[in-house]
Ligand binder design. Sequence first.
Ligand code: HEM
Length: 465
Amino acid sequence: MNEPTPSVAVSSRRAPGPPGRWGLRNLARFARDQLGLLRAVADEYGDVARLELFGNTYFLVSHPDDIEAVLVKHARVMLRDGHSVILERALGKGLLTSEGERWKQQRKLMAQAFVPRRIQSYGAAMASVTASGLRPWLDGAVINLHQEMSRLTMEVVAEVLFGSGLTPSDIELVRDSMETVNEFFANSPEAITLLPAWVPTPLNRRVTAAVARLDELLYRIIARRRAGEPREDLLGTLLAAQGDDGARMNDLQLRDEAMTLFLAGHETTALALAHTLYLLSTHPEVERRLHAELAAVVGDRLPTADDVRALPYTERVLKESMRLYPPAWTTGREAAEDVEVGGYHIPKGAQILTSQWVVHHDPRWFPNPEGFDPDRWTPERAKLLPRFAYFPFGGGPRVCIGNHFAMLEATLMLAVIVSRWRLDMLPGQRLELKPSVTLRQAGDGLRVRLTERSGAPLTSNASGT
Ligand code: HEM
């Protein structure tokens, strides 16, 4: 009988990698230092390296051209990686966790809420919610950077997603429940071992209760919105979105997508901002240039979506921060067929790992990789980089749908914060990273002291946009 012909060219070369068939030694290293392990493996074994871990074979792919092959050229034969099943516990079958035809249809529907005109229209809420979220800040007070950024992005996403449909106690409920869900995702034994939800460990119980509370809230909002007047916020766009056959999303799809946007949309942007503010507090010269740009372009009013193109330095600061500390630090795939990447054979079923953390610190593309240098992103320097030397939002058909939304949100939020406040790290602290689904700050979070800048409080601009 003839073997079926693979649809992608396949080599028989076996990728090199650390010894250890069952991956026990790798597992010990992985438990100690995941970030270090990935970089060491890429350094030692090259651009396509094989790694045995948890009884699975992983291929760490670290050359920008090979990453492009995985995420773009061979996208047709790539599935989400085996670990995304963990996310389904909270997200159901939303965009992040679905595959095939179902994903394609959902992506088309969701894209209607992320066209440029729509994204621009969210700018006003992003800036004004941030400004009111800063009201509790006091001159001289100390805040927990990650917690505060998490609170602010949560409030912004809630407003953009649901309009004013959430009360402060609803937001509190979402924040607490999301914290429990994140604790589960953050390498908990329950998540790593894929322990079924019915096994009554204390964390499993808390996750089930948290998801139930979120469900109750989301279904309540969806029912209220179906019964009321159409509105222009993100949920309104999703409720009205129609596929080619005229079909709209049912309640379960809306619930899964709203939960996905809440989770994917708030934690990543909060981390990008927390890391950026940390870097600014340790690089006063960069902070001065950033503030000067904001003072010249925005002054004492609230920034608008239209201001963003006049803020190139602000954009460079954010890009450089996401290079050093990419909120999404790996993007995984599972090969649905045998495939060749970088001249090596990757068998069907293998897990493929591309790591923003590894590639963004590769001295071949970024000399002095640990240095914080926003001027790497001047157009002249940036155009010399291979396309996938920098990919904080992934790439190919599954590229982050919230990419432009996130950049607008982070730029406006940073502009509002830095126009009004200077943040100084309390002495004796060091940034330590804790890789989970996202790249978080370890421990209890960094503490910074607030100094209010002199000048009039931020006011909304005449058009209110
Ligand atoms: C700095 C902020 C953000 C970063 C670094 C980020 C990063 C990423 C990455 C790397 C992926 C690709 C995953 C993959 O290919 O496997 C992704 C997917 C996704 N992101 Fe983001 N994201 C950010 C903000 C947002 C925001 C604000 C939203 C929504 C409002 C969002 C919604 C999504 C969704 C729904 C997907 C799944 C897309 C699909 O599979 O079709 N993200 N994100």
